[in-house]
Ligand binder design. Structure first.
Ligand SMILES: Cc1cc2nc3c(=O)[nH]c(=O)nc-3n(C[C@H](O)[C@H](O)[C@H](O)COP(=O)(O)OP(=O)(O)OC[C@H]3O[C@@H](n4cnc5c(N)ncnc54)[C@H](O)[C@@H]3O)c2cc1C
Length: 474
């Protein structure tokens, strides 16, 4: 029996689908491929880089390029098939994907939905006077591209940002640098070259020296960051250990980080307040009603009764965190993907063979954690499902495949016929998956990984600025 001794060709019968090709998804795919397991990596975008491309602010270009090169190395392998521009839940139902008969499905789809600002009715102003962080970052990272077609925003002086994490400080930098660039162009002419990467590195004051200007000369009111606790409670520095001393140390560092950012980028800060209502005039958002809080020593918040105050602004930017975008067919517990079993393996409730990795489940927004979590879950998957108990697993797989085949043959055949106007091939599930994924690649014109990436990498800001500076000099 072929199942009794696992050799390379038999391992190939495992076929894993990975939704999302970024930090965690590419890590999982490479680990599987290294063990001879084939993987189909599906991404909603042309490029598999997720938040590196559309979240991590563009001034982190060295980090971005290094991480993207790592992803390319991981995904450009014979046992990995990359399908771009296919959004699971929109272009292809999760249920249909699960029914195709993959050995396992891994959700590595990150956290792409902004947590809604908890002010009833305020979302009616979305993309007008209210901007959410994910949209803002996508615009900021790409608006310089000559063929940019996404949403466009105009940052307003006096903008108010709600948030308190590291990402909200990135948002404050973007807002202030955009305001300074606009003010400089109004003062010195629109053809002047403003290099935001240099401004980000030096800070606003030092950057303005080359123009013989001071921040005050620009006549800006500046933007305001509103946080519900005190500066020292901001999660800017994680305590090294669980002791009171470690917590206090982290608080001192958090306070210092905020102070440095405020000094370098000239924004205002209102602590211990959160929006509870909005001010509207003629159908436009004109401001927020803020509730005042008192923060207790343990970080708990106590609202100060009847103490609310207005803040008037033309623009509100919400930077209060991201949650996974829901995919129909996946169970959720509130905002979180519902997982069960051992905490550290993140198996999706109700499925034996669907797992989640990275930002989609960790709740932590950094590259290292996404990579480590992807690696840890995939290693367990390999050890516990794809290698150790191979015989039992493969018997189970065969039964599963038989069952799936019987149950879904007609439906899969129908989908296949509708999509590709072809009869379902009858030479096994693996070949079938191979064929379906190949057809999806053909549909978008994907030939090979390297040329696809080269054709879809956008023009970089640093290149545009370098070219402009060269032009000015010559
Ligand atoms: C403002 C900001 C600043 C940051 N700064 C840093 C920093 O300085 N250092 C650091 O380490 N980290 C930083 N990060 C976080 C870091 O970028 C992420 O933690 C990391 O990219 C998460 O990797 P991931 O693979 O879990 O998710 P993602 O990178 O989000 O990848 C998920 C992938 O899934 C795809 N996808 C989603 N839904 C579907 C679907 N339905 N069908 C198909 N594909 C789908 C997406 O297109 C994407 O490619 C920052 C993030 C932000 C937003």
């Amino acid at each position: 029996m072929w199942k009794k001794n696992l050799n390379h060709s038999q391992k190939k019968s495992h076929y894993v689908a990975i939704i999302g090709g970024s930090v965690s998804g590419s890590e999982a795919a490479a680990m599987l491929a290294n063990q001879g397991v084939r993987a189909v990596v599906i991404d909603q975008n042309a490029l598999p880089y997720g938040k590196l491309e559309d979240g991590l602010p563009k001034w982190h270009h060295n980090l971005r390029d290094k991480q993207e090169a790592e992803i390319d190395k991981k995904l450009d392998q014979a046992l990995i098939r990359f399908i771009p521009n296919l959004k699971i839940g929109r272009d292809f139902a999760f249920k249909d994907l699960a029914d195709l008969g993959f050995t396992a499905v891994i959700l590595a789809n990150g956290a792409w939905k902004d947590r809604p600002l908890p002010v009833p009715g305020i979302d009616q102003f979305k993309d007008k006077q209210l901007i959410y962080q994910n949209d803002l970052l996508k615009w900021y990272n790409h608006y310089h591209e000559p063929d940019y077609k996404g949403k466009r925003y105009d940052i307003k002086d006096g903008a108010v940002v709600i948030g308190g994490g590291l990402a909200s400080l990135d948002v404050m930098k973007i807002v202030m640098m955009e305001l300074v660039e606009k003010a400089l162009k109004e003062k010195l002419g629109k053809d002047i070259v403003v290099d935001q990467f240099a401004m980000e590195k030096k800070g606003i004051d030092k950057y303005l020296e080359q123009f013989g200007l001071k921040y005050e000369d620009l006549g800006l009111k500046g933007a305001t960051l509103i946080y519900r606790r005190q500066a020292k409670h901001m999660p800017l520095k994680q305590p090294q250990g669980g002791t009171q001393e470690a917590r206090e140390k982290a608080q001192i560092v958090s306070q210092r980080i905020l102070d440095n950012y405020k000094k370098k980028f000239h924004f205002h800060f209102i602590p211990e307040a959160t929006p509870v209502g909005y001010i509207e005039k003629d159908g436009k958002l004109e401001g927020l009603i803020l509730q005042k809080f008192r923060t207790l020593e343990d970080g708990k918040l106590v609202p100060i009764e009847r103490e609310t105050f207005p803040i008037y602004t033309e623009q509100v930017i919400s930077s209060i965190g991201s949650i996974p975008e829901k995919i129909e067919g996946i169970p959720y517990d509130g905002d979180r993907i519902k997982t069960e079993g051992q905490d550290d393996i993140s198996r999706i409730s109700g499925f034996n063979n669907v797992f989640a990795i990275g930002n989609a489940v960790t709740g932590k927004g950094n590259i290292k954690t996404a990579k480590e979590h992807g690696s840890m879950v995939t290693q367990k998957l390999l050890d516990e499902y794809l290698k150790k108990d191979t015989q039992a697993f493969d018997l189970e797989l065969e039964a599963y495949n038989e069952e799936v085949r019987k149950k879904t043959d007609n439906r899969v055949a129908k989908i296949f016929k509708e999509l590709f106007n072809k009869e379902l091939p009858d030479d096994g599930i693996v070949d079938h998956i191979w064929e379906v994924s190949k057809d999806y690649q053909d549909r978008v014109g994907f030939k090979d990984y390297k040329s696809w990436i080269a054709d879809h990498k956008p023009v970089r800001y640093e290149k545009i600025i370098a070219d402009k500076l060269k032009e000015v000099k010559s």
